[in-house]
Design a protein around this ligand. Structure first.
Ligand code: HSE
Length: 343
């Protein structure tokens, strides 16, 4: 069995995905799955299309020089919409930049792809936060799948974990550390770095958003918590429906005082029910060191799900990075391929 893939956005995440396909291709083919990347389109790096499949090593080499459009053979110079609708791809991976206010350009790309009966996998929080129900309906109407494992905790499983491993359980509430940048800053401040030094380091590591205000004011964690509440707790919440406070008010002395009381400051995102209504809150909290979330350090993320069946389940893992988010696309693609080829 095989799938033809078009990749829209070939930055760190897209390149992380392509590297994984290269690395794992033989293994997957031995299991009977052939991933054919037929088209790549990136606003800054160029585009290339070959209906028989692109040479991935060549694309990676050209992407690093922003010269994908000089790909030898095949067709170059396609725009994103033509790449989605006019190629022989049956799966579109959307990995362009995130805009939490408009969801664009990913929202348009995803709508075009679903309307053209392409399955869609994305790591982009914007459209999932703003247009989840509409996009799910569009996918259903067109008989295709819409997957987005990577929008929360990147490649560390969250939605697939709940769907595949906790079937029949109700997620009563969740608490998590959903933003790597702020967790890194808090960890480094405990070690003696200033807020500004720690933020600069998180930016150098490539964790912070293009506008780091989204991280430090809690909005990135908030967007992820809202998506979790909407997907796994059946809510329909937007930015205006949550309480949100970031970490900018915290000082090194606050962190040290908490530690001397056996606690650690963490930016905690919570989804819970109050009188049957789902609520979301993001705020710095003093977490006792006996709580698993207190020991999540650096850029790691974690979520504790409270279930009505087996109590608390905690998952810990990396929540950002090109390879990690690329793996989210890759893992969604493998499970999607298994599903569509068994139908
Ligand atoms: N800026 C985000 C973080 C990236 O620090 O967690 C992953 O969504």
């Amino acid at each position: 069995m095989g799938v033809n893939v078009a990749l829209i956005g070939c930055g760190n995440v897209g390149q992380g995905f392509l590297s994984l396909v290269l690395e794992k291709r033989k293994e997957l083919e031995a299991q009977g799955l052939k991933i054919n990347v037929v088209a790549v389109c990136d606003k800054l790096r160029g585009s290339a299309y070959d209906p028989d499949g692109l040479n991935i090593s060549k694309i990676l080499e050209l992407a690093s020089k922003s010269e994908i459009s000089s790909y030898p053979g095949g067709l170059t110079g396609l725009d994103p919409i033509s790449t989605i609708t006019k190629t022989n791809a049956n799966v579109v991976l959307e990995a362009t930049w995130t805009d939490l206010k408009t969801g664009e350009p990913a929202y348009t790309h995803i709508k075009e792809a679903l309307s053209a009966k392409r399955h869609v996998i994305t790591t982009n929080k914007g459209p999932v936060l703003l247009y989840l129900k509409e996009l799910q309906r569009l996918a259903e109407t067109n008989g295709v799948e819409f997957r987005f494992e990577g929008v929360v905790l990147s490649g560390t499983p969250v939605f697939n974990l709940v769907r595949e491993c906790l079937p029949g359980s109700e997620i009563v509430s969740f608490r998590g550390i959903l933003n790597g940048t702020t967790n890194y800053i808090l960890t480094k401040m405990e070690e003696g770095l200033s807020f500004e030094e720690a933020l600069k380091e998180a930016q150098r590591l490539g964790y912070a958003e293009a506008d780091p205000t989204m991280d430090i004011e809690g909005l990135d964690a908030g967007a992820k918590a809202l998506i979790l509440a909407n997907v796994i707790m059946g809510a329909s919440l937007g930015f205006n429906d949550m309480e949100c406070k970031g970490i900018t008010g915290l000082k090194v002395e606050d962190l040290r005082a908490a530690l001397s009381n056996g606690k650690r400051y963490k930016l905690i995102a919570t989804g819970y029910k109050e009188n049957g209504v789902v609520k979301v809150r993001v705020a710095p909290e003093e977490v006792p060191l006996s709580d698993p979330l207190a020991n999540i350090l650096g850029t790691l993320n974690a979520i504790t799900f409270s279930t009505d069946t087996i109590g608390d389940v905690t998952i810990v893992g990396r929540g950002a990075g090109g390879r990690e988010a690329g793996y989210a696309l890759f893992s969604d693609l493998i499970s999607l391929s298994r599903k569509i080829t068994s139908m």
